[in-house]
Design a binder for this molecule. Structure first.
Ligand SMILES: [Zn+2]
Length: 142
């Protein structure tokens, strides 16, 4: 399937990187939301990571997740994807990431930000299709 690159605004990108840095040494996690028609990501909301091993895995805090969802609906945005960071490893899905997927909704994207090189965050995005993560393209567009 050929797809357009996923787009996010400069401010969404900046929020994403900031959220990942703020969470260190834990993994950051949260949702990517935006315009339902164009699929452009305009906002990023961090959700507290309550995983027992937060440096290497993540789990959404349920109450935070509900709040983020309502906030998204209030601003008339759609859920477009999920993000999390890898504080010390490359931006590739881990086994825990594979196990954490519960839906193969083709409209959701999975963003992984590596802070392995703190001054040069590395961002990769995936779709989950046919039982595995497939890399996708992304670009900044304002
Ligand atoms: Zn991961």
């Amino acid at each position: 399937m050929q797809r357009q690159p996923l787009h996010l605004t400069t401010s969404a990108y900046d929020r994403l990187i900031a959220a990942c840095r703020e969470a260190l040494p834990r993994e950051a996690c949260g949702i990517m939301t935006g315009e339902p028609d164009t699929g452009k990501i305009v906002d990023v909301t961090a959700i507290a990571n309550v995983h027992p091993s937060p440096a290497t895995a993540f789990a959404f805090a349920p109450d935070d997740w509900v709040k983020a969802y309502y906030r998204m609906q209030k601003s008339r945005q759609s859920l477009l994807g999920f993000f999390h960071s890898h504080p010390t490893s490359p931006p590739h899905p881990s086994t825990a990431d594979e196990l954490g997927i519960h839906s193969d909704d083709l409209f959701l994207s999975y963003w992984i930000i590596s802070l392995q090189q703190p001054l040069q965050p590395e961002l990769q995005v995936f779709y989950y299709m046919n039982g595995c993560f497939q890399p996708a393209r992304w670009a900044i567009a304002d």
